[in-house]
Ligand binder design. Sequence first.
Ligand code: HEC
Length: 466
Amino acid sequence: MSPIDSTIPYYPVNDFGPLMKGLVIGGVGIVHVFLAQFAIGGGMLMWYFERLGQRGQPDARSFVDGYFKVLVLVSFVVGALTGVAMWFTTIQVGARTIGLMIDEFHWLWATEWVWFAVEITAGYAFYRYGPRLAGPARLRLLALYALASWMSLLWINGILAWQLTPGRWLDGGGIWAGFFNPSFWPSLLFRTAVSTTLGALAGCIVINTMDIPRDRRAVLIRRASRFAAPIAAMPLLALWFLAVLPSDSRSWLLGGSMPMTMFVGVAAGASLLVGGYVIVGLIAQRLYINGATATLLLGLAFGATAAGEFVREGARKPYTVRGVLYSTSIRPDEVAALRAAGATARDPYPLRDRYPTEQLARGARVERALCDACHTMRGANALVELTRTWTDDQLRLNLAKLQRTKGFMPPFAGNALDVEALVQLLRWERADRPAGFAAPAASPDVLAQIARWLDEAGTAPAGEAR
Ligand code: HEC
């Protein structure tokens, strides 16, 4: 948003139609995280099975040379593509956030890319030349692949965890304080456990496609299941993660925001089912698992991943970088100036739609600058639906005191005319955009009342900065 005191240009939020921007990012992100984590666990499993193979377990060797390596190849290729797609979509919604992340973590990000390049090269080299290489070289190549893929997780994890819990970085602790922030370790360990579990489950599916007698498949399955054992630590890691969250985010997860609480429940329930089957069924009772059941468990794991990522992203609201940058790309210390100058004073971009009056066009600009990152007009998290039953004064009050209406929204970063323009825009949209729309002329009394509400709400966010 118009950074009045900054040289960064203002980029408007791009509109993805009825889909909320967050949903698009979330959708791409979930597929990406799932594939990328599988690519890590799958790589580790391949190394383990290769070692078994070289120690005289011939089926393990044919596992490594079979479909599984194709699966790993596909997942790191599609993982790479969706990874780029992530930055491509996020930059259309929060260019300033991505800019800040790159400024702050330039070299760490570059380091991540180097590991990533090593991962891709090692993985592809194994895929292409593995069958022709001698044993030690095969092992080294797989170890390099697994290490590099985990290292790229380690580096990106620090940057993403910093967005949620910047910790001592906020006190000027510098880049390493930001990188090794409070949620760095719990989320790194958690994701590592998820990775090995995904690798093991996909391994069990592939083992079932192997053309060998069932008892020999059972031997491989027992080996692969051990790989999922870290899932037993997930409840503890999840509690650790919860403990380092800022208290307001934690309270949303624990009942304060029902959609988030329900997703926590879905993630926990699905993980418990997968974990229970793995620990009790596969490891303790040494059950055989067929391809269909393994696929079902992998599907559950996908659900848990999706729900978990939703919660993690949601817990960061109203920030993209906690305490530093709101989801609207406005810094907390810019709100006061925007209250004086108006939300759209520095917005040079045209609107996509036509509006019958100047005031409605202004409302549309205000919506684009202050709400569009998290809402749409009529699609997901639709403003028209959320406010359909509200009276005009109710709208004025709740928008002026936005951060008090719900703590996961930032303070309203505009003036009284902006609030009124948005109120009239919502009325017009609610009436299905009539061509002739005569908004009641905003009386000085109404504007003065809105200004008082804005003052009462103040320019500080509802929650603590950390
Ligand atoms: C950081 C993201 C974010 C921003 C920015 C944001 N909102 Fe929200 N808003 C939300 C979320 C999440 C909800 C909860 C939706 C729900 O409960 O279903 C919400 C709820 C609402 C509600 C319903 C409140 C209630 O108590 O029922 C209204 C009205 C609303 N927002 C209006 C706005 C307007 C207008 C703007 C822009 C000036 C805005 N929001 C900016 C995230 C945001």
